[in-house]
Ligand binder design. Structure first.
Ligand SMILES: C[S@@+](CC[C@H](N)C(=O)[O-])C[C@H]1O[C@@H](n2cnc3c(N)ncnc32)[C@H](O)[C@@H]1O
Length: 283
């Protein structure tokens, strides 16, 4: 129990110190920072996944943005008329969400809490988004169970997690690491080629000192959400090729970029439904 608390404190401390992208983007001017996050999300990270998040489909609904970080998704849902709740473990990320909502004249409830122990009654939300969050918490399964509990029966969720594409498979990882090393690929504060294992690479991706960044195969991601309803052919997508870290990455465009986004994507996206008539029990 004490161990679990210490682990959670490490996670909180990391994200308080380094909210999303703050090793790449200066956050002194929040409006400028948010503009840059918006550009990065729309032009690289979510460029082929914008429709997946259904920003314009939840007007009037009770929407929870789980692990909101600096609030990019919260702003999209709130600006399309959803009744948004933004929740994060990191107080400083939540403060950024508060300030950017204010700047944009939008409203959302702000909750500083742990996704493994959500302070909401069961069956409360119509829709939950969890973009790049659940792989960062020590007990991912507990977070998934809580997400299930707070969704209404028939309610839906959109989730993304780190994905083990072919280049990160045990057979190809040594070669991938060599290429990362030879190209000297480094994020502003992390030399990715130094990662000793795929798991280490997942944690390093967000920066030195990030305690958790688990990477899921298609099978293990689908197992994690086995209590939900989803169609593996229609509701599971792969996206996000981080071309900005490659030399000449800005030359990757059009159809090649779209192909790489799918073939070498680093995130797995799942659209989930809580079965109608499901009990509140964890998934
Ligand atoms: C990579 S950021 C993603 C932010 C945002 N969802 C997005 O996609 O722009 C991960 C966020 O998850 C939050 N987080 C990590 N563990 C958490 C937990 N146990 N409960 C709530 N939030 C958590 C971190 O504080 C951080 O803001």
């Amino acid at each position: 129990m004490k161990h679990a608390r210490n682990e959670k404190e490490r996670v909180r401390e990391y994200w308080d110190r380094k909210p999303l992208f703050t090793s790449e983007i200066d956050r002194c001017d929040l409006v400028q920072y948010f503009r840059e996050v918006d550009r990065l999300k729309r032009e690289e990270i979510e460029v082929f996944a914008l429709a997946f998040w259904e920003f314009d489909k939840h007007r009037g609904e009770d929407v929870l943005d789980l692990g909101c970080g600096p609030g990019w998704l919260t702003v999209q849902y709130a600006s399309h008329g959803a009744g948004a709740t933004a929740l994060d473990l990191s107080q400083s990320s939540l403060a950024m969400t508060r300030d950017i909502l204010k700047d944009q004249g939008l409203e959302a409830a702000l909750v500083n809490a742990d996704c493994e122990h959500l302070p909401f009654e069961s069956n409360r939300f119509d829709f939950v988004s969890a973009s790049g969050v659940l792989h960062h918490t020590p007990d991912t399964r507990a977070g998934v169970g809580e997400l299930f509990r707070v969704l209404k029966p028939g309610g839906r969720a959109a989730v993304s997690l780190y994905y083990q594409n072919a280049l990160l498979s045990p057979a190809l990882f040594p070669m991938t690491r060599l290429v990362l090393k030879l190209l000297g690929i480094k994020k502003p504060d992390a030399r990715l080629g130094r990662a000793g294992s795929v798991e280490e690479l997942g944690a390093l991706y967000d920066g030195e000192g990030n305690p958790y960044g688990r990477i899921y195969s298609r099978r293990s991601a689908m197992d994690l959400f086995s209590g939900f309803k989803f169609d593996p052919a229609r509701d599971v997508e792969i996206h996000y090729f981080p071309k900005r870290f490659l030399p000449f990455g800005h030359w990757i465009r059009g159809r090649l970029f779209k192909w790489l986004d799918h073939a070498c994507g680093t995130m797995i996206y799942l659209k989930l439904t809580k079965p109608a008539g499901a009990s509140d029990e964890r998934a």
